[in-house]
Design a protein around this ligand. Structure first.
Ligand code: 3HC
Ligand code: NAI
Length: 700
């Protein structure tokens, strides 16, 4: 074994040279890897004792892509192209042996081998689009030549990886190797040498491109298919254009166009935001005052109390991950209703092809319904999801304290109550934590993990691990009303409501936020949730616009009339003059002067700036560890467009000095606590610093 660089080694096995990459954790294409690959392929090309070559990786995965930490820094030679050319032009058959994930530049390197073999569980993908990019090392030009354009469009413009079976079927790999991958790949290389197999270069293969020329409609059909999901994103369309270019320009010209587009996207704000977001999600799982090696508790079974909207959805996450759940309700009827909803949700997934019926039954068999809490004595973690009433939660936690075994984690799904108070009724507040799931809990990725005053470090670390096991993106937050997400949302709500009183139609406010990239605006969201949530018809007196709408029979989407009127067939919303009348009447009673000059810019500022201001106050209070955690909450919990990074990243892009000046000016005009400038913003702005420069802090 010879070390070519500190990250790449060369070994000879008979006639076959083995080039081994070793750059933990994911074998990213850092400078040392690129240099090692270049040296390795130059060396084996010149070495007469080598007849064939295998490229493989040590550790948990094949090359998972370019080293994203190098992006945005001055480029260091060699780039990726030099080793790729050396590999593709190697006069001996080159086999890439893939395990784990071959992603981005990793797959692009593999596509320069003459042959590819994969472990059964390997995954192959071009996820650059998720970083606001296109593959920048030939992916858009080579992939369609090997898989055909339809699959390449999906892989590049959507970015989801495929497995070995599919890779074999599409021609992306030549063989699946059971057993030891490197041994299998070396044996395969020997066979290729013995058979004097051709040195297949994907760049020269045009048959699948010729096929696509016969029917170009696939491109527009694909553009239409992804239009809604990729609204406002720059990278997906660029991926499609470049794959379409394979039909019209030579390989070399295609590569030139790809490289130019890659550089443009890389320099753009969208990719910067998406790369920031990639690391933010990973940072969010790290707690500065809890070491990585903290011993964790075992969570092999879970109890859930309450099988309502949230309890059922929460249960599904665990069942999907193969973790058994005991779910308990207060009576048989409520229990049956809850279980029925879970089953129906699964059946819907089965109908849409996401699960087989067998998988549904497998999941349901892990669910043990009951009405007796004493079964919680057998589980490792209990999650309470009963009504949002403090006295009830306190009674329940006192009971759980008597039932749960020593060391079990006791979690509450409260959306606003004080977790310290709940924990205080137990004799083990260190085992109590908040797990704030978002609705629908089986779909929404975000989990706000509430670290209470006395929560033990290993309880928090274990809950973070549980979150990952059930496919959630966690953000650790402190005890505060509404935690991070809902607390910030409330600030937006105040201004949105004020603006419609001043004369901005709800449809204008909604369309500004939708245009910005949110899935919907606040009024469409209220209609969806139901205007009558928490409304008491026996105790109503037009205190809010919402109440006034309920009083005139407008309950939201559920009865086809809310801030909008909904088409009974298509459910399409149309603004309704009656609503404007109700709002105007309400505003007049409040003495709010009508304005006709509210611009889209003002709407965006007044919706987003109070959120940012609150985000900063949350940091000041020590209720979030870092600004990027707040962004994780907003992207995963509320559909904040990832190409805008999150509210805190967005604010930095505006310039914190501009943000401070605007908040001060609006505050002077409009008043209200939500416009009182956060001292943290003021300080950072005056020092010319950003939120990202703050050290992560412990939750207080
Ligand atoms: N560059 C640098 N660091 C990377 C990285 C990359 N491409 N991919 C992952 N990492 C780091 C993570 O930040 C994390 O670091 P940390 O432990 O300090 O937080 C560590 O590797 C482990 O990552 P995960 O926690 O995500 O580990 P998982 O096992 O859950 O997932 C993975 C592994 C599937 C490889 C996932 O990390 C991933 O999807 N990575 C990104 C892959 C990607 O986007 N590749 C394309 C890059 S762009 C490109 O190649 C451009 C080319 O076309 C020119
Ligand atoms: P829900 O009303 O749909 O369900 C609550 C369930 O708890 C009911 O089925 C009820 O029968 C059961 N229950 C009440 N008392 C019980 C007892 N003593 N023992 C056993 N079961 C009992 O309410 P939902 O929406 O599921 O909310 C549950 C919790 O989750 C609340 O704390 C809420 O604030 C929180 N939450 C709700 C969200 C939402 O969007 N609905 C989002 C995030 C959190």
């Amino acid at each position: 074994m010879v070390a070519l660089t500190e990250m790449v080694a060369l070994e000879q096995r008979g006639d076959i040279a083995l080039i081994l990459v070793d750059n933990p954790p994911v074998n990213a294409l850092s400078h040392g890897v690129r240099l090692g690959l270049l040296k390795g392929f130059e060396q084996v090309a010149a070495d007469d004792s080598v007849k064939g070559v295998v490229l493989a990786c040590r550790g948990r995965t094949f090359i998972a892509g370019a080293d994203i930490t190098e992006f945005g820094k001055p480029a260091k030679t060699p780039g990726l192209e030099e080793p790729q050319v050396a590999m593709e032009n190697c006069p001996k058959p080159v086999v890439a042996a893939i395990h784990g994930t071959a992603l981005g530049g990793g797959l692009e390197i593999a596509m320069c081998a003459h042959y590819r073999v994969g472990a059964p569980a390997a995954r192959y993908g071009q996820p650059e689009v998720k970083l606001g990019l296109i593959p920048g090392a030939g992916g858009t030009q080579r992939l369609p030549r090997v898989t055909g354009v339809a699959k390449a469009l999906e892989m590049c413009a959507i970015g989801d990886p495929i497995g070995s079976e599919e890779a074999l079927a599409t021609g992306l790999i030549d063989k699946i190797i059971e057993g030891d991958l490197i041994d299998g790949a070396v044996a395969y290389a020997e066979e290729l040498v013995a058979a004097a197999a051709p040195l297949k270069k994907i760049r020269d293969r045009d048959e699948k491109i010729d096929e696509a020329r016969a029917d170009r409609s696939v491109f527009d059909a694909f553009r239409k298919r992804i239009a809604r999901k990729t609204r406002n994103f720059e990278a997906p369309a660029k991926n499609v254009d470049l794959i379409e270019a394979t039909l019209d320009v030579s390989f070399d010209e295609g590569i030139k166009q790809e490289q130019a587009a890659f550089q443009t996207l890389m320099a753009g704000r969208q990719s910067e935001a998406q790369r920031y977001y990639f690391f933010s999600e990973r940072e969010a799982a790290k707690v500065p005052d809890i070491p990585r090696e903290t011993p964790l508790r075992d969570v092999k079974s879970v109890g859930i109390l309450g099988a309502g909207t949230m309890g059922g959805g929460i249960a599904m996450n665990f069942l999907n991950a193969g973790i058994p759940v005991k779910i308990v309700e207060r009576d048989k009827d409520a229990l049956d209703r809850g279980i029925d909803v879970v089953r129906k949700n699964y059946q819907r997934s089965a109908k849409s092809g996401r699960f087989t019926m067998e998988q549904v039954e497998e999941r349901m068999s892990l669910l043990e319904p009951g009405t007796d809490k004493s079964v919680f004595g057998e589980v490792d973690m209990v999650i309470e999801a009963v009504f949002e009433l403090m006295p009830l939660k306190k009674t329940i936690f006192a009971e759980l304290d008597g039932i749960a075994r020593e060391g079990a984690i006791l979690a509450t799904n409260t959306s606003a109550l004080n977790v310290n108070e709940i924990a205080a009724v137990t004799k083990r507040p260190e085992d109590v934590i908040g797990t704030h799931f978002f609705s629908p809990a089986n779909v929404m990725k975000l989990l706000e993990i509430v670290r209470a005053e006395k929560t033990a470090p290993d309880v928090l670390a274990t809950t973070l691990k549980v979150a990952k096991a059930i496919g959630k993106v966690p953000a650790v937050v402190g005890v505060a009303p509404g935690f991070v997400g809902n607390r910030m949302l409330a600030q937006r709500g105040i201004e949105a409501e004020t603006m419609i009183m001043e004369g901005a139609p709800p449809a204008q406010v909604d369309s500004v936020l939708y245009g910005f990239g949110m899935p919907m605006g606040p009024f469409a969201m209220s209609d969806l949730a139901g205007l009558d949530v928490g409304w008491d018809p026996d105790n109503t007196s037009s205190r809010t616009i919402r109440e006034a709408l309920c009083e005139s029979g407008r309950r939201g989407q559920k009865n086809g009339r809310g801030y909008y009127t909904y088409d009974p067939e298509t459910r399409a919303p149309t603004p309704d003059p009656e609503v404007l009348e109700i709002i105007r009447g309400f505003a007049e009673k409040r003495g709010v002067a009508h304005r006709d000059d509210i611009t889209d810019e003002e709407i965006l500022d007044r919706c987003l700036l109070p959120m940012v201001n609150m985000g900063a106050k949350i940091l000041e209070e020590g209720k979030a560890m870092r600004s990027s955690d707040i962004d994780v909450v907003w992207v995963n919990g509320y559909g904040w467009p990832v190409y805008e990074g999150g509210p805190m990243f967005w604010a930095e892009g505006q310039g914190l000095d501009t943000v401070a000046a605007k908040i001060t000016a609006y505050g002077a005009k409009l008043g209200g606590e939500h416009w009182e400038l956060s001292p943290l913003i003021e300080k950072l702005a005056s020092e010319g610093k950003s939120f990202q420069e703050l050290e992560p802090q412990a939750i207080r």
